[in-house]
Design a protein around this ligand. Sequence first.
Ligand SMILES: [Zn+2]
Length: 544
Amino acid sequence: MNRLHVFVAFGFLAALGACREAEHTQADQREALDDTRNDPIAYASTGFSLAPSEIPASKRDAAIARAQGHIKKNKDKIPNDADHLFEVSDLIVDRSGEEHVRFDRRYKGLRVFGGDLVVHSKADGSFGSESKAYGKTIALDINRPISPDQALANARNAWKGASIQNTRSELLVYARESNDPKLAYEVVIEGSKANEEPSELHAMIDARTGALLNQWEGLQTITGTGKGYYSGTVSIDTILVSGKYQLKDATRGNQATFNMANKTSGSGTLFTDADNIWGNSLLSDTSTLGVDAQYGAAKTWDFYLSKFGRKGLRNDGVGASSRVHYGRSYNNAFWSDSCFCMTYGDGDGKTFSPFVAIDVAGHEMSHGLTAVTAKLVYSGESGGLNEANSDILGTMVEYYANLANDVPDYQIGEKLYKSGTKALRYMYNPSLDGASASCYSANVGSLDVHYSSGVANHFFYLLAEGTNGTNMPVSPTCNSSTLVGIGRDAATAIWYRALTVYMTSSTNYAGARVATLKAAADLYTATSPQYNAVAAAWTAVSVN
Ligand SMILES: [Zn+2]
């Protein structure tokens, strides 16, 4: 009956920790989960097989020796002689006592491509069966192949990429399907395609004739599962390289996340994983914060691409990297133009939690946008506009991500406070933080840029949401006016165009008013409600 099959599949997925409905896109898997929802099953807690830590070394060695013995005794099923060497690559022991030992094979010292097999022993240790990739006898002369250079030249004909960074080759035995085994070179060409996606061509070249026997792309983009600290369970795009997953996103300009491991210098270590399930939503797993950073970078990329057709912050298809676990108890996050990367501290654990929240990610990466567009100098009024731009677009990234675990709002860094009752900044009423300016005054440029930003944050909130938006916090104006918002999309489009088309390094608040009015006129005409709303919102924060 189909139902039992479904049970086993569910138990297996649960054991891998992968059984959350949202992660499965295939209709049949969803059906399977629905089918079992009312029948909790205990497989998940125990597993069908022993965990590696439950297999003592003696048991492991005995199982391998048993399987090696079965190979020698069953030459009719697994053709082999003294020229064959079988190397263990994995071992699974079922709770029933059955053993499954996985081997790779060498022939006269050469790796046998397709030589992998699994030997299954019964619970009493006797031979059960074998699973094998290739079943023919291998008897080959491995001498006098064509040269590696010739093999590489032939492989290059199959390369479709734009630039080559590295090449390597290995002489091996190619044993696939029903073909007779062949002496061959596996040539690997690493580089990138015209669209800058990385590529790793594997070409199998016949070492006698030079013919192309097979080819494939070795670099696979895969959707993994991340369990972030703030983001919860999310999909993240990763790549699989030589059997290991990397926290690197080939679909978004190779954005990658690195672990600084509490250091404050160097570029850290790229996060890697064996099963493509990253983090556990807790700080006990160092990958957890990597998930949030990588997810934040992905959402920021998608926001700019979907809203403005911008491919990466520099619009050049190159992603920004992230570094997490910077220093010890570091209470901040920062963007650096020189490494084109974001860096996040863990927070002190007393006042602050880790700084990897989505609005912070959007904020930091938007500094990268300013750096290649308006280049607003980071002091005086232009510095306040620079900071405001990051708060504005970071918040729009937060709305774009629309996480259930981090409901979007116009507070900045509200997830960072352990108390859960504070935020770094409040766009609808900036002076709530006790330091930011809600209204313009002549000395606003003398404030720290994180406080002079308040005027523009306030302007943007009033423009998008108005003074009394539905289910939104009230935003008091500086001239007691009452405003109706034009919506986030229109406000964002106007702000983005002003930043990328009209603002320059020296733009001040008066200049920001001019720039946003020009942008509104471009997008909606100078007699549009949107244009009038821009003017009214600036006036409401005393920028005339
Ligand atoms: Zn900033």
